[in-house]
Design a protein around this ligand. Structure first.
Ligand SMILES: C[S@@+](CC[C@H](N)C(=O)[O-])C[C@H]1O[C@@H](n2cnc3c(N)ncnc32)[C@H](O)[C@@H]1O
Length: 266
């Protein structure tokens, strides 16, 4: 290992400390100040906060819906989705910890006619939701890149052949694309937002949704709500909401009941 010498002033004495080269890169400052206290294959910084001063408490109907979805998740078998994966970990089979069984359970209980997904990627969540989608239901999944560009995609052409699963490669960050799909978006019963997780896209999408008139106020699911960049966005949501992380994705799963007329941001 290469070292570089750093002079450090400590109690008026100059001392020389040897640090591995690279330690002064920006991200290492954070890791040095706040070392991870646990080992895991994937770790993220997060923060916990009181809820009594967050007025967006869940309604009893949102709590009931969530409880029923969790009940269904516990019974769910997503082996057919997991079998499409080439290598472990087989995420669709992992629950709690991963959100696929919860999504499938929620679709079973909510029986949405129109699901909008933002973030297709390999199609794991789309396939998990399609498993319990009613015969007359439809999933419109958005991504900025086609599913065919993912080498490890779980999707096949035949998944789209019944027209119950459709992909659009339009970026909903831009309102012109929201306008383009206005009728579809306004008909959504369930919206799953699993894209950049930077809090910026998610806030923008919520602002766009404020301009829509939903036919039936939809249920929204946000992935990664416990990740640092998503904390502010989640806290600022002013619709009834519930953190379901223990029954969804370890990085945070939030459920929101869209309520018309309410400004969602402070
Ligand atoms: C975490 S992955 C989605 C995972 C997927 N939902 C699943 O569980 O299988 C995030 C995806 O969001 C896509 N994405 C990034 N920005 C986006 C945007 N503005 N609109 C739609 N999708 C976006 C990325 O290309 C990526 O495929």
């Amino acid at each position: 290992m290469q070292f570089r010498l750093q002079k450090k002033r400590l109690k008026k004495k100059i001392i020389k400390i040897e640090y591995p080269i690279g330690m002064f890169k920006k991200k290492n400052y954070i890791h040095k100040a706040l070392p991870f206290p646990i080992r895991a294959s994937h770790r993220e910084y997060s923060m916990i906060a009181s809820t009594h001063d967050d007025p967006s408490i869940p309604t009893s109907s949102l709590i009931n819906l969530s409880l029923k979805a969790v009940e269904q998740a516990a019974l769910m078998d997503l082996q057919e989705v997991a079998l499409r994966m080439k290598n472990p970990p087989y995420f669709p089979n992992i629950w709690p910890g991963e959100h696929y069984k919860f999504l499938s359970g929620l679709v079973k209980v909510l029986a949405p006619k129109v699901i909008v997904e933002i973030g297709t990627a390999t199609g794991t969540s789309a396939l998990s939701m399609k498993k319990t989608l009613s015969r007359d239901g439809k999933i419109a999944t958005f991504d900025i890149t086609s599913w065919q560009n993912y080498e490890d995609t779980l999707l096949k052409e035949k998944d789209f052949s019944d027209n119950r699963l459709v992909q659009y490669t339009d970026n909903l960050f831009y309102y012109e694309n929201v306008e383009k799909h206005k009728n579809l978006l306004q008909s959504a019963d369930l919206i799953f937002i699993d894209a950049t997780h930077d809090g910026v896209l998610e806030e923008k999408i919520m602002q766009h949704f404020q301009k829509l008139t939903f036919e039936n106020p939809p249920i929204l699911i946000f992935d990664d709500i416990r990740v640092w960049t998503m904390l502010k966005m989640w806290r600022n949501i002013k619709h009834p909401k519930l953190d379901l992380t223990s029954f969804g994705h370890w990085s945070g799963t939030g459920i929101v009941q869209w309520t018309p007329q309410k400004a969602h941001l402070k």
